[in-house]
Design a protein around this ligand. Sequence first.
Ligand code: PLP
Length: 392
Amino acid sequence: MYEKIISQNIDRLKSNSEKYSLRKKLFKTDDVLPMWVADMDIVTPPFIVDKIQERLRHPILGYEQMPDSAYNAQIEWMKRRHDLHVNREWMRYSHSVVASINLAIKAYTDIGDKIIVQTPVYFPFMSCIANNERHILKNPLKVDEDGDYTFDLDDLKSKIDKDTKLLLLCSPHNPVGRVWREDELMALAEVCLQNNIKVFADEIHCDLVFKPHKHIPFSSLSDEIRDITVTAIGPAKTFNLAGLSISTVVIADEYMRKSFDKVYDSIHFAEGNILSHVAFESAYMDGDVWLDELMEYLTCNIQLLQDTLSRYDNRLTCKYPQGTYLVWLNCKQLMLNDRELRELFIKKAKLGLSPGISFGREGSGFMRINIAVPQATMKKALKRLTHMLEFI
Ligand SMILES: Cc1ncc(COP(=O)(O)O)c(C=O)c1O
């Protein structure tokens, strides 16, 4: 139904897209095909854009609260797609998941406390902790010889102490693409429960999961686990709405909600922009078919990438991601240091990717590529990659 629309090639050069406009600054050239920041070069669904245009026909753009109908659309979506039961009173508007992480850090920890991150991981996790003068407690993911990542609970247990107050969970995981299984999450939750550690579950990528994998909301594991959890969810990644800055925070436990609200109210988050409200509601009301087709489309892009890599003796390898549209490329066989690796991709492939090292030391030797692009762009990228693979 939507394949033709999803395949559309859109020129983003004139729309001030960060992915394109920051090329010179980041890669020292405008020549690279940018496949770094986590938004899509695939159109935002037209049924959402129509709702925004419809709203703009009203001549007044004054203050608005996000209506309950929008919150309810997200509640129904989470129930329908993820088996998660959320009450309206548990939800707060947030213009940014990263802002919500900062609020949770302020609400649940004090200066000097330790906060756990499972590296390699979305780099703002680290900067949020450092900026709030808390200590980063690294619990690197464990990786086996096949390149499969999992939690390292022995390492975690050995490092926790009385000052360890919060764990920042990335689920599904950016950048390694894992969709955590229920037993893995359960085991992690047990450690947190036993040690009085609260969990911020960043589940912004929860809808972007490839079959047969299934996203398990951390807070759905048990009532007890729900009551130590703050969950961040939103339509930004799923429906390419990052520029509208909208997400929600879900906190079931009343005491935890009160602590969060104290910080939240102190900085006046207000209720966001009015165009994001209609987009949010429309995405969750009408987005099911779009999302299912998008995931099929992204699957083809990953297949194209894997086919290309396999033609070159797997000098670069990647695990089929279980979730997210970010693919974690293992470049260790090239035996280059991280600076050389980045240069190689910029100069010989003319591709602007995210260096693995930016997600923590454990990402050394990796590059992250964003494959949420129309197939024509994917093929262009693979031609460039092929050129690089022939060169090395
Ligand atoms: C795991 C994760 N959390 C948060 C964000 C950003 O969320 P926001 O733009 O709402 O701050 C991203 C964006 O890439 C992400 O990958």
